[in-house]
Design a protein around this ligand. Structure first.
Ligand SMILES: C[S@@+](CC[C@H](N)C(=O)[O-])C[C@H]1O[C@@H](n2cnc3c(N)ncnc32)[C@H](O)[C@@H]1O
Length: 294
């Protein structure tokens, strides 16, 4: 990459159209993104990369791709900028109960397992790549419903993790506009959300108290503190990664499952993956595995 000139004081770069990214620059950015986040930016997504990079470059006054590259790779200050850039480059599309058959399976699994599972520790559930929190709160609602109707107890906690700090902040706010809740069963919306004056809805405090959010890059799962997790959802995240990396991540997630725990993956996101400790769940619509009991 041509490590070009830095910012020139007094020049309004926002008025200058950015040049097309050269092949070498594209290679450098592609490699950096994949090394740090696992995300593969294919040639088809070159425009997406260029558009988002250039919009951020205008905001920070970076003159060209090379100087901005230097900026994001420059020590602790670069790390802050990198984090902002991640917010722009990750796809954070999500919905409540996005894949209904997966949640139906979760509900059935929890109801059936409540009998055999030791009641001495609370249930733990984990949404990996939680975006703005819809999946995490869906898991919490599903758990609350399943446990209340079987045991009357609601001893559970849910964690949502993501690489994007802005997504995590939105998750923690637990505030959603009416449109985001349209697909939710009206009865669940009534019981788990409070309508605010501005036509937004807030997750009720009793549910929010069971949920927490933390930053976690799935490339760093080896150092993550989670263990003995009862339910892991990892949907619509692995699709951005290479096949070998998908398997690596799933191997790490499998290690975090409690004996008898359930791992639910996005349908079709991995093909032919097996793990010696996991047993596939027979279901034509859901890709899921349970960990063998001890
Ligand atoms: C398309 S959303 C999926 C949200 C939710 N799981 C669902 O299925 O609706 C993908 C999420 O993965 C996150 N992500 C991308 N790369 C990541 C990484 N290396 N580590 C953790 N999260 C990552 C993105 O920030 C984004 O919020």
């Amino acid at each position: 990459m041509d490590k070009g000139q830095g910012m020139q004081p007094g020049v309004d770069w926002s008025l200058r159209p950015l040049a097309d990214m050269s092949a070498a620059e594209f290679d450098d950015w592609q490699a950096l993104l994949e090394e740090r986040s696992g995300m593969v930016v294919t040639e088809q997504r070159r425009t997406f990369l260029q558009t988002n990079l250039s919009s951020r470059m205008r905001e920070v006054g970076a003159q060209d791709y090379a100087s901005y590259y230097r900026q994001v790779t420059d020590g602790p200050r670069g790390a802050v900028e990198w984090s902002t850039l991640m917010d722009r480059l990750t796809v954070q599309e999500t919905r409540f109960f996005r894949h209904p058959p997966s949640f139906a399976m979760l509900s059935a699994y929890m109801k059936q397992r409540v009998e055999s599972r030791s009641a001495t520790r609370p249930w733990s559930l984990w949404s990996v790549g939680c975006a703005s929190g819809e999946e995490t709160y869906s898991l919490a609602i599903c758990a609350a419903e399943a446990l209340t109707c079987t045991s009357g107890e609601t001893h559970f906690g849910v964690i949502g993790t993501d690489i994007s700090l802005s997504a995590l902040n939105r998750s923690r706010d637990g505030l959603y506009v009416r449109r985001r809740l349209e697909q939710l069963d009206p009865d669940l919306r009534e019981r788990y959300f409070q309508a605010l004056a501005d036509d937004r809805f807030r997750v009720v405090p009793s549910l929010a108290a069971r949920v927490c959010f933390a930053r976690l890059n799935v490339l760093e799962l080896a150092s993550a503190p989670m263990s003995d997790v009862d339910v892991i959802f990892c949907q619509n995240l692995l699709i951005y990664f290479r096949r070998w990396r998908r398997r690596e991540i799933l191997n790490r997630l499998a290690e975090r499952l409690a004996p008898g725990g359930l791992l639910v993956i996005g349908a079709g996101e991995v093909v032919g993956w097996q793990h010696p400790e996991l047993v596939p769940v027979a279901d034509s619509q859901v890709l899921a595995f349970t960990r063998k009991c001890l």
